[in-house]
Design a protein around this ligand. Sequence first.
Ligand code: C2E
Ligand code: MG
Ligand code: MG
Length: 600
Amino acid sequence: MPEINQYLASEEPLFRDILIADDSIENLRLLSILLTAQGYTVHQATSGQMTLKAVETLAPDLILLDIMMPDINGYEICKKLKKNPQTYPIPIIFLSGLDNVLDKVKAFDVGGADYIIKPFEIEEVLVRVRNQLVFKAAQQEICQLNAQLETRVKERTQQLIAANKQLEQIAIYDSLTGLANRSKFMEQLEQSLSRAKIDSTYQFAVLFLDCDRFKIVNDSLGHLVGDELLKQVANQLQTIVQETDLLARLGGDEFGIILSAIPALDQAMEIAKQIITTVQEPFYCNSYEIIVSVSIGIVLGSPDYEQPEHILRDADTAMYRAKDLGRGQYQIFTPTMYKTVHDLLKIETDLHRAVKQKEFVVYYQPIVNLGTGKIVGFEALVRWLHPQQGLILPEEFLPVAEETGLICGIGILVIEQACYQLSQWQKQGFKPLKIYINLAAQQLNQANLVEEIDRILTETQLDPASIKLEITESSMIRNLQSTKLLIQELRERGIQLSIDDFGTGYSSLSQLQTFPVNTLKIDRCFLRNLDGQTDNLGLVPVILSIARVMNMDVVAEGIETIEQLSQLRELSCHFGQGFLFSEPLNGEDANQLILQNPQW
Ligand code: C2E
Ligand code: MG
Ligand code: MG
């Protein structure tokens, strides 16, 4: 400690009050003169009693104590003073004529600080006195520093406790809405589950809420408005839940509620209904009037659940079901819902492998000239040759493939196989055949699509005009800008385009006009009513006249009956496709079909 050195070095000790106790008047006088001359304040005592009295009243900084005194000896006095906490710190230097080791040892034993033998040398007394006083000063400084340190530690501890509380707040509360956050929610859910496991009468439920189309609000009105909306929704929800329940923001536009101690499921349904009606009222955020709805999944807590995460997962599944069924409603979780999700997950894992191992085959369905009966081309339709489940139809796996983005990889495999097959046919002499290939919505935004098509065209040496890409009307509308760009690039190469499932996607005529498309494919739902009666033609004649005006040709999809065929012929629909002619076939069977066709 630097402070101690500082005192040792200083000339003037801090403490100056000295009591000299000695029954020899001679000694007293001598020492008094000596110490006073050095600037010390000196008090004197000539007996043990006097010494004790003087210490009590004067509280000296140091005592020079003679061992041999008539009433009480120095050792006894020292013992007494050292027993008393008040006088304990006063350093005592013994003065003695006894130059005996045992006496010195005893002096230190009873608490003496030092020992001077009479007759003393003046310099020795001064040095020893001074040393003790400096030491005392240093000790006091240490005490003070210690006390300061202690207060600082206390202050810091208080600050840390406060900071900790703040961290705790951050850790369990959502900063935007002030509601509990996901981790607090999970903690509480775990407690509810544990309680249900030991108390069979305890019943709880979990509600999983998701704001419908919140993304649209966020994207179109901005994040500030989105945040404001979430705050207001949170406030509304708060007015509905009881104090014993827990309302939390689980993230984004998702909220969770734990209803504790409810008598039955009815209660949870009641609250869900109340939430749905309350949230339906318009919200006013930054001068916008916003209408939102929520979809809610409900799960009844059960001790059979192993983990709280599983309860939340099921509530989430039920919420998605509610969204599927049209949003703004609630659904109660049932195990079949889990199975559906589980199956989809399995398909997803399997699909990843399938893309890697190219487990896809292309089937071909002929497109026929309705006037001549000749095959003009084939639509390429993908099938998944699953190692265990056999042939799987597109509707079973394409939705998952689209959701996961795997569709792009699958799409390229299809284009590759279909183009290779067509080049084989053309080499065999079936020159005029065209191939119709479906493009999924996501492929319209696939960065390397055109590049891949170029590569395949080079590899197969096909005339680009014998390829017709099918884009469904709905995906075209959803991706107007990217579709336009893509179509332009494809047109530059001479590749043809066709609108699939036409009539189901609400495109306007003006939009249609801006797309340089060669073909419209009438969705098969429009053919269902063609039963030979002229009253039931529905939209088919309208679509045919639109196509004629726009100089497009038309393929009618899903022709299954002779009646449909003859009516389409009467309406001068040029091309058709359907089970009446042939189901989709594998490459070899399609080859046979071509050979049997009157054209060749
Ligand atoms: P799509 O492009 O409209 O294809 C026509 C669908 O109608 C095919 O179903 C075909 O088998 C079926 N079909 C043809 N004629 C008849 C008929 O007379 N009656 C009935 N009931 N159905 C008929 P598929 O092969 O199951 O394909 C379903 C959909 O999957 C296709 O509809 C298409 O949107 C999509 N798809 C198929 N292959 C691909 C592909 O390689 N890529 C992409 N992106 N989508 C594909
Ligand atoms: Mg198609
Ligand atoms: Mg179609």
